[in-house]
Design a binder for this molecule. Structure first.
Ligand SMILES: Nc1nc2c(c(=O)[nH]1)N[C@H]1C(S)=C(S)[C@@H](COP(=O)(O)O)O[C@H]1N2
Ligand SMILES: [Mo]
Length: 237
């Protein structure tokens, strides 16, 4: 356990977390509005607008009802008893959460679409978990943070701009379509980035690092796009 169980947190602690989250929200709202997914008035794709006003099927994608598995061929099994999530880098409250700590955070449900760069899209995935923004607030990220790196238990890494990570549909999820997330899909916990290609969401997430300068993750170093915006077919860099 990190020093105290979360339910004994004082009201002051909670207020500080909420305050930090509200400050972040204000600070990033204007910048979020200038990121492509909100500012793009000619997104590429087809179908009725999705929840974000983008064409439902991004250009070059096809819909699948199946849920394919993509990873580096190593699927780590991490028991909940030993599982931890580390929040580190440029933040005022670096910390390591145990499973009970994580589950005591505000839990949300959201339905979103999943777009893989290998051209399949799966619509209407029902997720449960914790918003990335909640974790950023908990860690009290430094004002100067521009990017984040996420790490998987399999050694995977992927980077993304903080403004993308703070979008309200970016979640760390433990439940998919009503069932605990299977190991092959990244259980016990993975990240999802519905408005970016799915490789930006680390399965078996182990750590989040707040960065003052951008750094490339596994696929980004190997020629994938750094920005990964589906409605511009922004697949490769
Ligand atoms: N830890 C980890 N996360 C990962 C990957 C990986 O290899 N390792 N692959 C990424 C890629 S390329 C995609 S498309 C999605 C696939 O998620 P899925 O296997 O649940 O469909 O996970 C992403 N997250
Ligand atoms: Mo992918």
């Amino acid at each position: 356990m990190s020093d105290e169980p979360i339910d004994t947190k004082t009201r002051t602690d909670q207020e500080r977390i909420v305050d930090a989250r509200m400050r972040l929200r204000e600070r990033f709202f204007a910048r979020m509005a200038s990121t492509p997914s909100m500012a793009d008035d000619k997104p590429l794709g087809e179908g009725a607008p999705n929840r974000h006003g983008m064409p439902r099927l991004p250009q070059g994608q096809y819909e699948t009802k199946k849920w394919p598995v993509l990873d580096l061929g190593r699927q780590p099994h991490v028991p909940l008893e030993t599982w931890t999530l580390e929040l580190k880098g440029a933040c005022k409250r670096p910390q390591t959460l145990k499973w009970a700590d994580f589950m005591a955070l505000e839990q949300v449900s959201d339905t979103s679409d999943f777009h893989c760069v290998t051209t399949w899209s799966k619509f209407d995935m029902a997720w449960q978990g914790v918003r990335f923004s909640e974790l950023a607030a908990l860690a009290d990220v430094d004002e100067r943070v521009t990017h984040v790196m996420t790490y998987g238990y399999d050694g995977y890494t992927t980077n993304l701009p903080l403004v993308e990570a703070l979008k309200p549909d970016v979640l760390l999820v433990h439940t998919a379509n009503g069932a605990p997330l299977s190991v092959e899909h990244g259980g016990p916990l993975r990240m999802i980035t519905p408005q970016l290609y799915a490789w930006k969401g680390a399965k078996w997430i182990k750590a989040i690092e707040f960065l003052l300068v951008d750094r490339k993750g596994f696929w980004e170093e190997r020629g994938y796009s750094n920005t990964a915006y589906p409605w511009r077919e922004d697949r490769y860099g």
